[in-house]
Design a binder for this molecule. Structure first.
Ligand code: ATP
Length: 556
């Protein structure tokens, strides 16, 4: 385990400008550490290697003959063996152990040094290289071949670790013009196959961001392959685009996708892939009805449509989040077929987990008194520094300003719990000469994207926002996250904190609270299994004040 932690640390401490070099260096360390990791993990957790789940460097398009039915939303069946093939966990474990013993070096799955090792088509690799993507992240190394081998998966890895490409790349290997068959994504006769992948995200911002990630890889010439279907945008225009462009992939919010599906404008029965991004959020009560419709219709080909020649009979289900509470495991078992949990350094059958057991490895190494919540563990980038500062309510904005100066932070996201208070903080910051802007769900779509653009291109230094921005928001340069109000729990802390320190960059998280709230910070610290040091600001410096020590830290 120490080897595992140190390799992960190595991967993540790289400065932003040296990111690619840091990634490449860490790979050579990983080849040796992943073996250590698997041999330790195997007996307790049933970790699999890519070879044990059927990975070969050549991609196969196999038929999936699954017949799992959608269970009512929120009441998944626990009878695992009643659907699909019977799943013999002991057999899988034994097989995995044999493979680890025999072929641990050649098949160490989490040590890919380049995208070409992952079985992606040549044309797709060329596009990635053009966009500057040369080394896959750990979670991409594990997830890409697993998905290419037709497994239903939950992808869990900390914020900013590249989970979007981890599912986007295997999808584009099979769907659309980069699939390496030298055509535009139609069938053998050049006929369009209709919608082949549906990607669902809980917010418009996240949906739009996923589309941008697709466009990065597809390039300008091919971007029509993906269609955005988010709420708040003009529905008629979306319907017209569906008709005109005949996209192979749609990305949207549950409400808009369900609405278009119900009206018959979006036909998804022949779909091969269903991706649920930020799946734990999608399981919330708000999305219940829309998600039920999506799960019932996407990839559920009616028998009246036997002419479709899609390679699969059933959809492949991909669930994604940095935080995976047991409700997600239960949902995956119910809606998927023998799903696997794919993390940065291991692949585990879901049958390994029960409600009383952790989804992550690290919990077992902690004393029971300090047990972190299973959903929050391993959701945070390890290179982040966490602090809290105690002050009076009326001084919070002043502490925020002093912190920004002390760290010389350039891209700051400040979180609050109530929309009404955002404007006040913006006024106070601007009155003191600091550029700031508010972002929340009551703003129109245009205002939201203009605000985000201003923040991303550095026109404003502080984005004052609410929970809307806690998930998915990808501003690579964000170097400081501040909680002006306490997050409701460790999962919310993890997603807020994850807006900084993305993909190996440095980042700081500061929670500004009042004295009676300190016990909540201590609880978060325990649940997340991370140190959150008490600090203060004096003479333009951040001073760590915990344990009667006063250490001046230089963080810039
Ligand atoms: N292999 C790679 N090389 C370089 N950059 C990458 C690579 N993979 C992903 N990225 C970039 O890293 C950033 C973070 O990726 P992404 O948003 O997918 O992370 P995430 O794990 O989904 O985070 P979150 O949980 O916060 O949504 C993106 O800007 C993405 O383009």
């Amino acid at each position: 385990m120490p080897a595992l932690i140190s390799s992960r640390f190595l991967l993540l401490v790289g400065e932003s400008l040296h990111l690619r070099r840091a990634l490449a260096t860490s790979r050579s360390v990983l080849l040796h550490t992943s073996v250590t990791c698997m041999s330790q993990v195997e007996p307790n957790h049933g970790s699999l290697t890519l070879s044990s789940i059927g990975f070969q460097t050549e991609t196969k398009a196999e038929n999936r003959s699954k017949s799992n039915k959608v269970k009512p939303f929120g009441s998944p069946s626990e009878n695992l063996k009643s659907k699909g093939k019977p799943f013999d966990i002991n057999e899988k474990k034994k097989k995995a152990i044999r493979v680890v013993e025999k072929q641990q070096i050649e098949f160490a799955p989490f040590a890919a040094k380049s995208f070409s090792e992952l079985g992606l088509p040549h044309v797709l690799i060329e596009r990635l290289e053009k966009e500057g993507f040369t080394v896959p992240t750990e979670v991409q190394s594990a997830a890409v071949p697993t998905i290419l081998n037709n497994h239903d998966v939950i992808i869990q890895s900390y914020t900013g670790s590249g989970k979007t490409l981890a599912y986007l790349l295997p999808l584009l290997s099979v769907v659309g013009p980069l699939r390496g068959k030298g055509d535009d994504g139609g069938d053998e006769n050049g006929k369009k196959l209709g919608i082949e992948a549906v990607i669902v995200a809980p917010s418009r911002e996240l949906g739009m961001q996923i589309v941008r990630e697709f466009e990065k890889v597809l390039g300008m010439d091919n971007k029509r392959v993906v269609q955005q279907l988010v709420g708040g945008a003009n529905r008629t225009r979306q319907e017209d685009a569906l008709k005109k462009n005949k996209p192979a992939i749609v990305v949207g919010t549950p409400g808009r996708i369900a609405e278009l599906s119900a009206s018959g404008k979006l036909r998804t029965h022949g779909c091969r892939y269903l991706v649920l991004d930020e799946v734990d959020e999608l399981l919330s009560f708000n999305f219940r009805e829309d998600m039920h419709r999506i799960l019932e219709h996407v990839g559920r080909r009616s028998s009246a449509d036997p002419s479709s020649n899609s390679a699969k009979n059933e959809r492949q289900l991909i669930m994604v989040s940095a935080t995976v509470p047991f409700s997600v495991v239960r949902a995956a078992r119910s809606w998927g077929c023998d799903p696997l949990l794919v993390q940065a350094k291991k692949i585990v059958p879901l049958e390994t987990f029960s409600p009383s057991e952790p989804v992550s490895l690290s919990r077992s190494s902690l004393p029971s008194s300090a047990m972190p919540s299973q959903a929050a563990v391993e959701s945070l980038p390890p290179a982040l520094k966490h602090y809290y500062c105690v002050t009076r309510l009326q001084h919070k904005v002043d502490v925020l300003r002093r912190c920004i100066h002390a760290l010389d932070a350039k891209f700051v996201i400040a979180f609050m719990n109530h929309t009404k208070q955002l404007k006040d903080v913006v006024f106070k910051l601007e009155a003191r000469g600091m550029t700031a802007v508010e972002l929340h769900g009551d703003l129109g779509k245009l205002a939201r994207s203009t605000t985000l653009k201003k923040f991303k291109n550095g026109e404003v230094r502080v984005l004052v926002t609410n929970e809307l921005s806690a998930r998915g928001l990808d501003v690579a340069e964000c170097d400081l996250v501040v909680n002006l109000d306490l997050p409701t729990d460790s999962i919310h802390y993890a997603h807020r904190a994850g807006r900084t320190g993305r993909l190996g960059r440095n980042g700081t998280v500061l929670t500004i609270c009042e004295e009676p709230e300190v016990f909540v910070v201590r609880k978060l610290q325990k649940q997340l299994g991370i140190p959150i040091a008490s600090c203060d600001f004096s003479e333009g410096k951040l001073l760590v004040t915990e344990e009667e020590k006063t250490i001046s830290t230089s963080t810039s």
